[in-house]
Design a protein around this ligand. Structure first.
Ligand code: HEC
Ligand code: HEC
Length: 287
């Protein structure tokens, strides 16, 4: 019946759309990045990190990587506490992204050592054999432009000292990229929730699959896909130490693998699940 009264229909439709617009687009201005929303620990990017961020934008990393952990169980389980708006106070423009061809990077900082990042950027397959991430080795050849960096810091209003700028001399785009990645998500203290998953997962002190040749063979494959990049194809060590049989008890190995060593550049692998971790342990304990 309203469609026969165009003026009334137009007014009602406009009102309906306006309400939606105000609630979703105008009201957030009053609470996003305000005092109530701000997080004191979140700091602006340093000059070097800010350069890395710009290279991230230039290379379109955000086409494959999101930087937003949604408040959904699978996201939180995999990437850590969900993102809060105050964490993005210094992100202009934000790089939340809408596609995940690769993992979310909102909390990538401190997950790996710098060394891992340098190698992964130059040759992603040397660290993760099955990845389709392109290589970015040329970032090693380009130097950052200190004068331009100063102008950007000024425009953004980020604090810096003359020393920070002098320190940019000779830095490559790769240095900047790694510095940026290592900052992401590290302003907030780690909650410790990500670690300590091993206890619930392990359920036994001795490896139920220890010495089983089929388990050892499968463990070898799991090792090649997840550990070889850091511990060497022959377990002889690389970024991480050599892993010789008999150095650890079964349960110690299980816990180190599941929880990782978060402060020492060894990520946790609880996502592999109990069965595959015990197979890995069987492989690591075999001569
Ligand atoms: C074609 C899609 C694609 C592009 C473009 C891409 N990546 Fe990736 N990236 C991936 C995939 C897939 C993975 C997961 C496997 C791996 O670690 O390589 C990944 C993993 C990563 C990781 C490790 C994440 C983790 O938690 O293990 C980092 C860091 C990373 N990428 C940074 C970058 C940066 C920086 C750029 C831009 C210079 C970039 N990526 C561009 C696909 C991509
Ligand atoms: C990103 C690199 C990286 C990956 C991937 C990685 N590790 Fe590690 N791992 C390290 C580093 C670095 C250390 C040494 C930490 C330290 O300084 O105590 C380490 C330590 C260890 C230790 C303790 C060794 C010791 O002597 O204290 C074990 C066991 C281990 N890793 C097993 C594994 C297994 C199994 C995998 C595959 C599921 C794996 N790691 C994947 C980097 C890695």
């Amino acid at each position: 019946m309203w469609e026969k009264r165009p003026v009334l229909l137009l007014l009602l439709a406009t009102a309906a759309i306006l309400v939606g617009t105000i609630v979703t687009m105008v009201l957030p201005f009053f609470w996003v990045n305000t005092e109530a929303d701000a997080i004191a620990e979140v700091t602006p990017y340093t000059a070097l990190e800010n350069e890395g961020r710009d290279i991230y934008v230039r290379e379109g990393c955000n086409n494959c990587h999101s930087q937003l952990i949604r408040p959904l169980a699978p996201d939180v389980k995999r990437y850590g506490p969900y993102s809060r708006s105050g964490e993005f106070a210094y992100d202009r423009p934000f790089l939340w992204g809408s596609r995940r061809g690769g993992p979310d990077l909102a909390r990538i900082g401190n997950k790996y050592s710098d060394e891992w990042h340098y190698r992964h950027m130059v040759d992603p397959r040397s660290m993760v054999p099955e990845t389709n991430m392109p290589e970015y080795s040329w970032l090693n050849d380009a130097k950052v432009d200190a004068a331009f960096a100063v102008r950007k810091m000024d425009v953004l209003g980020f604090p810096y000292t003359q020393g920070d700028i002098t320190a940019l001399e000779g830095k490559t785009e790769m240095d900047a990229m790694v510095a940026y990645l290592q900052k992401l998500g590290t302003d907030l203290p780690r909650t410790g929730k990500a670690a300590d998953k091993a206890k619930g997962l392990r359920k036994a002190e001795e490896n139920p699959l220890g010495g089983d040749p089929a388990a050892i063979a499968e463990g070898k494959d799991v090792y090649a896909g997840n550990c070889a990049g850091c511990h060497g194809a022959d377990r002889g060590g690389n970024i991480g130490p050599e892993l010789a049989p008999g150095d650890f008890e079964d349960d110690e190995l299980f816990d180190t693998i599941a929880d990782g060593l978060p402060d020492d550049g060894m990520p946790g692998f609880s996502r592999l699940g109990r069965d595959r971790i015990w197979k890995l342990v069987a492989f690591l304990q075999a001569e």
